[in-house]
Design a protein. Structure first.
Length: 137
């Protein structure tokens, strides 16, 4: 009987990278031609948009921004920024963030929060910026 598992030997290993982090997109890099910066931005967005306790097997994953919904805009920007940057630095080891060039800016009229995070990818030295406006209602 022929086993389809024999073909798996040609697939890339799922072992973690030397820094202890493994990304599934590495398996498909040649077909999708994804860039490291795109993967980092996607991971940052996942951390920001995921609430703590939402992932069953990783309850500490996420930034926990839900606690700021309904709070006065602008009063908590510095606290929200620090909470985001702490969560990202803990959960995304591929980057070093520039805290002085990163900010959170509330817009009370539109009920949105602009999040800008400047970073450097450790392995390549490539600079990047995550800039997104999120609805907080």
């Amino acid at each position: 009987m022929r086993s389809d598992f024999k073909r798996l030997g040609s697939m890339p290993s799922s072992r973690p990278e030397p820094n202890g982090y493994s990304d599934y997109s590495r398996f498909f890099r040649s077909k999708l031609e994804s860039k490291e910066d795109d993967c980092v931005k996607e991971c940052i967005e996942n951390i920001i948009m995921t609430q703590k306790g939402e992932r069953i097997f990783n309850l500490s994953f996420g930034a926990g921004l839900i606690q700021y919904i309904g709070e006065p805009h602008g009063d908590n920007d510095a606290e929200m920024r620090d909470q985001l940057l702490d969560a990202i630095s803990y959960q995304e080891p591929r980057i070093e963030m520039f805290r002085s060039k990163s900010f959170v800016q509330s817009d009370p009229v539109n009920h949105t929060v602009r999040i800008r995070i400047a970073y450097r990818i450790v392995q390549t030295g490539e600079l990047g910026v995550f800039d997104k406006t999120a609805k907080m209602s």
